[in-house]
Write a protein that binds this ligand. Structure first.
Ligand SMILES: Cc1cc2nc3c(=O)[nH]c(=O)nc-3n(C[C@H](O)[C@H](O)[C@H](O)COP(=O)(O)OP(=O)(O)OC[C@H]3O[C@@H](n4cnc5c(N)ncnc54)[C@H](O)[C@@H]3O)c2cc1C
Length: 306
């Protein structure tokens, strides 16, 4: 039998939204627990430089999240990391989250599971395909990489790869233009170490032994194909919501996001949502922490009203 834990509020996800919800829950004297499938910090862990979080003109993403986590620890909220929730039951007055090691029961749940990068799919697979330059970029110093995607993430991460000493970046975008901010585009192409191709798609990877040797590319407008020698691929193709655990239980938009009310309530009583998983126009750390604040305070009000 797995051990059972009872508390006021289970928080799923330990990114900025979940950590902030924990801070507000603790200060409202709720007993809470964070269940995090990976390590705390969320997407910000893979952001090199955060330059829009008030109080820090520039801070490394991991450092910001280390401080947020320390704040939570200081308030005594338990955090279970690398903890896979196998079953989540949001119906009824007491909700249940069952992990591989324990069962958590609480009358309130905050869903703060965020998003994950869209995976690059190619007929040939290899270990040199990545989705995070901070995590995996260092071994590519002096080497050539392909970056798939033409938005802000693709350009920012390409600049970061160059700062690590990557010799050359080939950046491809399937649409007729890049969508990143003009300043990021200018900075990347002014480096002299990057080449961009619009209307271009990755057809396949050429792998020799267990090593990536080239990317096979196609210009979708002309049909021209060519072989681009590269040692690694970094894909920044957008994000999809982490909703698999509760997709069958609460109302979601067509795109899979939670349509939360102004108090972050979802379609189920006692279930609140916060952060990037919410259907909203702007997904930033500041909007995630704002959602986490509102979700925890609303959970407290919900529990007090019972
Ligand atoms: C490349 C990149 C750069 C960015 N740069 C900036 C920036 O400079 N400034 C800025 O303000 N914003 C930036 N953002 C946006 C910012 O990272 C997000 O808005 C913010 O992280 C959202 O926080 P969150 O807590 O909602 O989600 P996340 O940060 O995604 O955290 C969600 C957490 O939930 C966990 N989780 C997922 N599923 C489960 C589950 N089933 N059970 C338990 N845990 C689960 C995940 O492991 C993760 O830790 C950037 C995003 C990207 C991708």
């Amino acid at each position: 039998m797995k051990p059972e834990h009872h508390c006021d509020c289970v928080i799923l996800g330990g990114g900025p939204a979940g950590l902030t919800a924990a801070i507000y829950a603790a200060r409202a004297k709720l007993s809470a627990v964070i269940l995090e499938s990976n390590i705390t910090g969320g997407l910000v862990n893979s952001t090199y430089s955060v330059e829009n979080f008030p109080s820090y003109p520039s801070i490394h993403g991991m450092e910001l999240m280390r401080r947020m986590r320390a704040h939570v620890d200081g308030l005594g909220v338990p955090v279970e990391e690398v903890c896979a929730v196998e079953r989540l039951d949001l119906a009824g007055k007491v909700k249940t989250a069952e992990t591989d090691e324990a069962v958590y029961r609480a009358p309130a749940v905050i869903l703060a599971t965020g998003r994950k990068p869209v995976a690059l799919e190619t007929p040939t697979e290899c270990d040199q395909v990545h989705h995070c330059a901070i995590c995996d970029g260092a071994p590519y110093a002096g080497k050539r990489v392909l970056v798939a995607g033409g938005g802000n993430s693709a350009f920012d991460e390409s600049l970061y790869l160059l700062s690590l000493g990557v010799a050359h970046v080939t950046l491809i975008e399937v649409m007729p233009r890049f969508f990143a901010a003009a300043a990021a585009q200018e900075a990347l192409f002014a480096s002299g170490k990057a080449q961009g191709h619009t209307e271009t798609r990755l057809v396949d990877l050429e792998v020799t032994g267990d090593r990536l040797t080239a990317a096979l590319l196609e210009n979708t407008a002309t049909g021209e194909t060519w072989r681009e020698p590269v040692d690694g691929v970094f894909a920044f193709l957008g994000q999809i919501p982490n909703n698999a655990l509760f997709a069958e239980q609460i109302e979601l938009t067509k795109a899979g996001y939670i349509p939360a009310a102004v108090d972050m309530a979802t379609s189920l009583p006692g279930v609140f949502a916060a952060g990037d998983i919410v259907d909203k126009p702007f997904r930033q750390i500041t909007t995630a922490v704002a959602d986490g604040t509102v979700a925890a305070l609303s959970a407290e009000r919900f529990l007090r009203g019972r």
